[in-house]
Design a protein around this ligand. Structure first.
Ligand code: AHM
Ligand code: MG
Length: 338
């Protein structure tokens, strides 16, 4: 069977109905190449001296792992020179990263969580890289990009994706034309199209949530999860299964592959924070992928992709995956709000 590579897929997308701009194609190729490099480091583990933490903390006050910093550097370096970007932003950096003046600048903005699921690095469990692509606003033409240029709702993303470093390394991508998955052929060094049209089933019996926080959740969240736990003896009259990897990329990859609902809701430990996950680096790109695969993504009351961001590192409550389950938990929140 003839295998289609990422490059071929992108060229075809560029030719057919002009679905992809040449600079965006280059951007995706460069990001995916950087993910190969990160995958290589991740797979070396202790042999490459990449496990463990650094003394430093990131802007969120979290201790940085060596691989957080390495992955961030790989993505910055890979994307600086191509002429496709105006600026970058990363979960690991306090403010935006402008393209140095020695390089030409392009019209795209790249945002990433360089290594998501950091708590899993040292225990050899799947982790990943998440990325989101926006266009710089027309008003930014002729001047330096600033942080507010990034503050666009997720529905304006022109591409989003993740790489998962698991038993296989995969790249899952959307350019707004559905969701496709590529598997890294390590011998050839190429991304091979293995999942042509990923669709999330509307119904599911599988949920992913950190249950240890249940006592801190809002009543509609507790109600939804309790009904799932009650199984055939309760309201739902069906048994649910639970999985929690504590790596959003891996949890979302599972539900994009076979359905499910993933939730990281608001809780009362830090009531002023809308949630744990970051809107711009995690929730928006994952929501675009999930919607493109036929699923749904809300913060409990609103579509995530419609949220107007106010800060680069803004956090958000996240409920996404199989449509009918996300609609149900969202309805519980809306009912409680009225
Ligand atoms: P990170 O970006 O610092 O790795 O944090 C995000 C991760 C998500 O991947 C995952 O869903 C969540 O944090 C796990 O949180 P918890 O440790 O509370 O289960
Ligand atoms: Mg993360």
């Amino acid at each position: 069977m003839k295998r289609k590579t990422l490059t071929q897929y992108l060229v075809e997308q560029q030719r057919s109905a002009n679905a992809l701009h040449a600079e965006l194609r280059l951007l995706i190729e460069i990001v995916s190449r950087a993910c190969k490099t990160i995958s290589h480091s991740v797979s070396k583990g202790a042999l490459g001296g990449v496990l463990g933490s650094l003394e430093s903390e990131n802007v969120q006050g979290e201790v940085q792992k060596k691989l957080d910093v390495i992955s961030n550097e790989v993505l910055l370096e890979a994307n600086e020179w191509g002429g496709h970007l105006a600026a970058m932003a990363s979960e690991e950096m306090e403010t935006i990263h402008l393209i140095p003046n020695r390089y030409p600048k392009g019209e795209y903005l790249l945002l990433f969580d360089p290594l998501d699921g950091s708590s899993n690095i040292d225990v050899n469990v799947s982790i990943g890289t998440i990325f989101s692509v926006l266009k710089a606003p027309a008003s930014a033409s002729g001047r330096d990009i600033n942080e507010s240029d990034f503050l666009q709702p997720g529905r304006t993303q022109v591409a989003a994706g993740y790489a998962i470093y698991g038993p296989q390394t995969m790249l899952v991508l959307t350019i707004g034309q559905g969701v496709v998955g590529f598997t890294l052929d390590r011998e050839m060094g190429s991304w091979v199209l293995t999942h042509e049209n990923l669709i999330i089933p509307e119904d599911t019996k599988e949920l992913a949530v950190n249950m240890s926080n249940m006592r801190h959740w809002a009543p509609p969240m507790k109600r939804y999860v309790q009904e799932c736990l009650d199984g055939t003896s309760g309201e739902r009259d069906k048994n649910f299964n639970m999985r929690w990897i504590a790596s959003m990329v891996a949890d979302v990859h599972r539900l994009i592959t076979r359905g499910g609902i993933f939730m990281y809701p608001w809780d009362d430990r830090e009531p002023n924070k809308p949630g744990k996950l970051r809107l711009m680096y995690e929730a928006n790109p994952m929501s675009m992928l999930v919607e493109q695969a036929g699923g749904m993504a809300t913060n409990g009351t609103s579509r995530i992709l419609d949220i107007e961001p106010h800060a680069l590192h803004e956090r958000v409550s996240v409920m996404l995956g199989s449509k009918n389950e996300v609609a149900r938990v969202t309805q519980y929140h809306l009912d409680a709000a009225t």
